[in-house]
Write a protein that binds this ligand. Structure first.
Ligand SMILES: [Mg+2]
Length: 175
């Protein structure tokens, strides 16, 4: 039950994912959710950590593509200073946005990973698209009202998954 919501890995924060860890898994590009994964939903400026992480990926030749359910104008405004490619209105948990990003990159399912803070959208979307995924903790605990409703169900689903899969643990890296 709920295997559609099971992430491949669980890492505390996106900044802990390094090019070395990705290369070991054969991953050549990162797709990432925007709100509460890359930036706080109520603080779109981003942080020093984020800028350093993006630079680290750039230097390693690993493209980072934002895949967000938000509208184009919002995503564009949020990430223009980071010079990242993006897919807006991604319709996660459906595969469409993830597949659109994959097409831009021209990489196989095994060569990309989807990072996000929500199992009902990001992780389920990754599983629909047949790609591996990394669940991260949301950057801030408070959410918009629609996300708060999802969080309620997510907590219940996570409880079932963690019980069924004892190997699922929050870690400081993918392994
Ligand atoms: Mg999010």
């Amino acid at each position: 039950m709920f295997s559609n919501y099971k992430p491949t890995w669980m890492v505390e924060a996106i900044y802990q994912i390094t090019p070395e860890q990705l290369k070991k898994k054969g991953i050549k590009a990162v797709l990432t959710d925007l709100d509460n994964t890359l930036i706080a939903w109520n603080n779109p400026d981003g942080t020093e950590e984020l800028l350093n992480w993006i630079l680290e990926m750039k230097n390693a030749g690993i493209p980072v593509v934002v895949v967000s359910n938000n509208k184009s104008s919002r995503v564009e405004r949020a990430i223009e200073r980071f010079e990242l490619d993006y897919v807006a209105r991604a319709l996660k948990p459906f595969a469409r946005g993830i597949k659109a990003a994959q097409k831009k990159l021209n990489l196989s399912n095994e060569e990309i990973v989807m990072v996000g803070d929500q199992i009902m959208t990001d992780i389920r979307g990754a599983n629909s698209a047949g790609v591996r995924s990394i669940l991260v903790r949301p950057i801030v605990d408070t959410d918009g009202w629609n996300t708060r409703i999802n969080r309620f169900f997510e907590r219940k689903i996570m409880r079932v998954l963690l019980k069924k899969h004892p190997e699922m643990k929050w870690r400081g890296e993918i392994q």
